[in-house]
Design a binder for this molecule. Structure first.
Ligand code: ADP
Ligand code: VHF
Length: 400
């Protein structure tokens, strides 16, 4: 694994003379910044009556750092986990429940507490917060997405700090994000953020699990390819859900949309949110920003069906960015029409790309496995054109 110097944008020099990558300079100067904090960073064992509970000192320290950034002229959106963790104590639960109904009950109680704590804490800085609870429907459906975008815009124009969480209480298994790391990347895109800061209980991304003696922090990630070989544990902490894998997926989602990302611990929030942040791991934005249409296709849209590809078609579509031709399709599922969104599956059934399909499902039986030249004129065009296709990023190749 290489530990590269990510320096998209102009490099700089921190106050103490340390050279700063362009990514870090951009994060330090971001006008609109989305900050995500995980449950483990807002709770502690000592703060809870039975299990972990909301830790007011930790929450206040985070809010102080965010308020300083607002005072410095930035617009800040906070994506905060912690509703379920905050609800455990009041319900007499010792640990995070596994079943959805009890998680929802805990979130209902905990979100209320969390929102009140944030309102009080930001109030110390004369800042007003606005609660925004989202389900995946709010980003999957374009009209809802634009509605959320307008709401964020209005809140920010009033100088309000939006505090976002998943609407756990009403989200059913089907419409759940399940982890706020992904939600934070989508919110960053939605508000047109200039930077995303992911705050967790670990100070950086490490080459392996931070508990292992050989693991070393990675200061800069210039490209997703550098993550191959990095070891991540899939499970999160006892109170969180995501784990490091979901943070990497979130970081790659944001950088793919041209948004630089800083990953560090909530304890370093003050150092992460100043002008020249030297802490944590900085992920450089991709050189080419994904268009809003393709970002939506890649990360948010629900698919109407799927196409199974043979290995050659996967290599052509994902590796060489070619159009998907009927010869490489081995099966299809769903009743889609031309223009609908479909998932493209590799021979192991993993989603490797998504696209706007160019044919109705009813046309495919006649086309599958055949070359275009063997088809009648009306069917002689790609099943998914290269311009309508996007590979799905994953933190795969990142074994646990
Ligand atoms: N390669 C790695 N680098 C850093 N942390 C890792 C790595 N692999 C696993 N982790 C673990 O991921 C955890 C953070 O995930 P999680 O508990 O879900 O955080 P949060 O509640 O902040 O979302 C850390 O506590 C750390 O032990
Ligand atoms: N929406 C849930 C948090 C889910 C989640 O992603 O948690 P975490 O891994 O701590 O960021 C809650 O508020 O409890």
């Amino acid at each position: 694994m290489t530990v590269a110097t990510a320096s998209r944008g102009r490099d700089g020099v921190a106050a103490d003379g340390v050279p700063l990558s362009g990514t870090r300079v951009a994060i330090g100067r971001a006008r609109t910044i989305v900050v995500k904090v995980g449950s483990s960073s807002l709770t502690s064992a000592s703060a809870g009556r039975s299990g972990r509970g909301l830790d007011q000192a930790r929450l206040d320290a985070l809010v102080d750092a965010l308020a300083a950034r607002v005072r410095a002229g930035s617009q800040v959106v906070l994506v905060s986990s912690g509703a379920i963790a905050a609800g455990l104590g009041p319900l007499g639960l010792r640990r995070r429940p596994r079943d959805l109904a009890t998680q929802q009950a805990a979130a209902s109680v905990g979100q209320q507490l969390l929102a009140q704590r944030y309102a009080d804490s930001f109030g110390r800085h004369d800042l007003t917060v606005g609660q925004v609870l989202l389900t995946s429907d709010d980003v999957v459906r374009r009209a809802h997405y634009r509605n959320a975008q307008r709401t964020f815009g209005k809140l920010l124009s009033f100088g309000v700090v939006p505090v976002v969480n998943e609407n756990d209480t009403v989200a059913t298994a089907e419409i759940r994000f399940g982890d706020n790391d992904r939600l934070a990347a989508l919110v960053a895109h939605c508000v047109g953020a200039d930077a995303l800061v992911l705050l967790s209980d670990v100070d950086a991304l490490y080459t392996g699990h931070p508990g292992l003696p050989d693991s070393r922090p990675i200061p800069e990630v210039a490209d997703a390819a550098e993550l191959v070989g990095v070891g991540v544990a899939q499970r999160g902490s006892d109170v969180g859900t995501g784990g490091m894998e979901s943070k990497l997926t979130s970081a790659l989602t944001a950088t793919g949309a041209g948004i630089p990302v800083l990953l560090t611990s909530a304890e370093q929030a003050a150092a992460a949110l100043v002008a020249d942040p030297v802490v944590g791991t900085a992920f450089a934005p991709a050189e080419r920003r994904t268009s809003a249409r393709m970002f939506w296709l890649q990360h948010a849209a629900t698919s109407s069906g799927s196409l199974s590809l043979d290995a050659g078609a996967v290599a052509a579509v994902v590796g060489r960015r070619k159009s998907l031709l009927p010869a490489g399709i081995t099966a299809f599922f769903g009743d889609f029409e031309s223009g609908d969104v479909v998932d493209l599956l590799d021979p192991d059934g993993r989603v490797v790309a998504r696209g706007f399909v160019g044919h109705d499902a009813a046309e495919l039986p006649e086309m599958m496995g055949r070359s275009l030249s063997a088809l009648p004129d009306r069917l002689r065009h790609p099943v998914v054109h290269a311009d309508d296709l996007i590979a799905v990023p994953s933190a795969e190749g990142v074994p646990s």
